[in-house]
Ligand binder design. Structure first.
Ligand code: ADP
Ligand code: UDP
Length: 234
């Protein structure tokens, strides 16, 4: 597979074309941002960890019946994935109150829910990724009703799988963000990444944060936390 020109550089990854029009290569960086790019920094080794964790989890999810963009890990930081048109929705599932949920609704961080919640943000940096509902997504023509129904089904299935998977490894899955995309033949697949950048992970015994919140909140021990959570997978 030949790596061709870069088509995109985001906050955490670069995307390259290949000699196959249906495939792209994603290249994970150590750059970290928070608060819509306002806070910037580096988390040494993060790109390698996020690449490997995302690939491992996506392969498990495929085996559990959830279609993903994953094709092949090419190196420590590079992965071959199916090229998709990203559905411009950030799909957030929560099992426990934290972050913006706690802030917006005045709920103490750590409060568990009886059932998971789902929410959508319109993926648009200029607008600051505003929270929207399904009707807004339809009005904005971000996806069809059928696609949104499928995305919700997949997102809850990802949660069911991941909650159990992480708990077996002594980790509580608090919340996470997913992105979905549409392949050339119109199929909806899980895309982007699943990593400590996009999930909140708490140690089940100590409740210690093992994710990007350590960076967002200047808690220190960021690299150690990324290494610790990656270690739980082996
Ligand atoms: P951001 O765009 O938010 O700064 P990244 O730095 O992670 O995020 O950039 C990666 C970009 O690639 C994102 O915009 C993401 O939606 C997009 N992307 C993820 N998976 C795929 C895929 N399989 N095909 C095409 N684009 C993808
Ligand atoms: N999240 C993400 N990208 C975003 C916003 C949120 O990956 O642009 C993830 C975040 O890591 C957390 C979950 O989505 O696991 C819920 O985040 P929240 O809405 O609480 O936002 P935050 O506290 O990060 O502002």
């Amino acid at each position: 597979m030949e790596k061709r020109e870069q088509i995109y550089e985001g906050k955490a990854k670069k995307v390259f074309l290949t000699d196959d029009p249906g495939l792209v290569i994603v290249d994970y960086k150590d750059d970290a941002t928070a608060f819509n790019g306002l806070k910037k920094g580096t988390i040494t080794g993060k790109g390698v960890i996020n690449n490997k964790m995302s690939n491992l989890l996506m392969q498990k999810l495929e085996a559990a019946g959830i279609p993903t963009h994953f094709v092949e890990e090419l190196s420590d930081r590079e992965t071959l994935v199916r090229k998709v048109d990203i559905v411009p929705l950030e799909v957030i599932i929560r099992n426990i109150a934290a972050g913006s949920f706690s802030k917006n609704y005045g709920v103490k961080e750590g409060t568990p829910f009886e059932q998971p919640t789902i929410e959508f943000s319109y993926k648009n940096d200029d607008l600051g990724d505003p929270l929207i509902n399904e009707y807004h997504a339809l009005a904005l023509k971000l996806a069809t009703k059928e696609e949104i129904d499928l995305i919700k089904k997949y997102a809850f299935a990802v949660n069911d799988f991941m909650k159990a998977y992480w708990l077996e490894r002594g980790v509580i899955l608090v919340d996470f963000k997913l992105e979905f995309g549409k392949t050339a033949d119109g199929a909806i697949v899980l895309a982007d990444e699943i990593s400590p950048d996009t999930c909140r992970f708490w140690d089940a015994k100590t409740m210690e944060k093992l994710d990007k919140d350590r960076f967002r909140r200047d808690m220190g021990g960021v690299e150690d936390a990324y290494n610790e959570i990656m270690g739980r997978l082996s």
